[in-house]
Design a protein around this ligand. Sequence first.
Ligand SMILES: Nc1ncnc2c1ncn2[C@@H]1O[C@H](COP(=O)(O)OP(=O)(O)OP(=O)(O)O)[C@@H](O)[C@H]1O
Length: 231
Amino acid sequence: MIHFDQVSLQYPSTRTLALNRISTEVARGEFVYLIGHSGAGKSSFMSLLLKRALPTAGEVRVAGEPLGRYRGGRVSVLRRRMGIIFQENMLLPQLTAYQNVAFALRVTEAPRVSSLGSWNERVGTALRLVGLEHKRAALPHQLSQGEQQRVAIARAVVGAPALLLADEPTGNLDPENSRDVLRVLERVNESGTTVLVATHARELVESRRHRTLTLRRGELVRDDAGGGYQL
Ligand SMILES: Nc1ncnc2c1ncn2[C@@H]1O[C@H](COP(=O)(O)OP(=O)(O)OP(=O)(O)O)[C@@H](O)[C@H]1O
């Protein structure tokens, strides 16, 4: 699903070498953590996948296709194939949980009815997946931070992306809500989506037992296989 071949990223403005000759692969259906201290290069790794930044050397492929082939309007096609979650949930404050999730279908001009069901069914399924169907009518400010982040996850997966990228998804959450969010991401993964989670919260990651890639000053220094859960 993700293939990095000797990828480097040097930001031209500061000449910072944010990523240095990274080679790794993430297979379809995997759940992988990307960890490292602040400035290690986690967000830069994500930016390359979203084509928000371009590698200065090497090649990035997603689902077998080199990202260099996505140009102009096709970049939005690439991003549409991915679900994205950030530390800030970026929900629209005037829309209910349901409407926020449905909004993702609207902006991507998803067909009203498809093999995945009607919009209504798809939003219901996504809210159920994150355990919030009963809060469908709530506005973001009526939800806890953890619930808001779960709505953001529902919004990210309602388009049935093959790949879900989460950049510090628990950054604003207390430990209990953080664990809830990770459990929801695991459920998303169990439904077949490849999940990549960037975080500096090493202690949280260690409690979950998934494959973990460690970046240090732009270098991939460890690749630890996961195995089983430790709840
Ligand atoms: N747009 C940019 N222009 C110039 N330098 C940048 C830019 N974005 C990041 N950097 C630099 O690249 C390096 C890697 O940053 P990056 O944001 O990828 O790290 P990170 O691991 O995500 O950190 P954090 O956990 O603090 O978000 C840092 O030295 C950072 O200062």
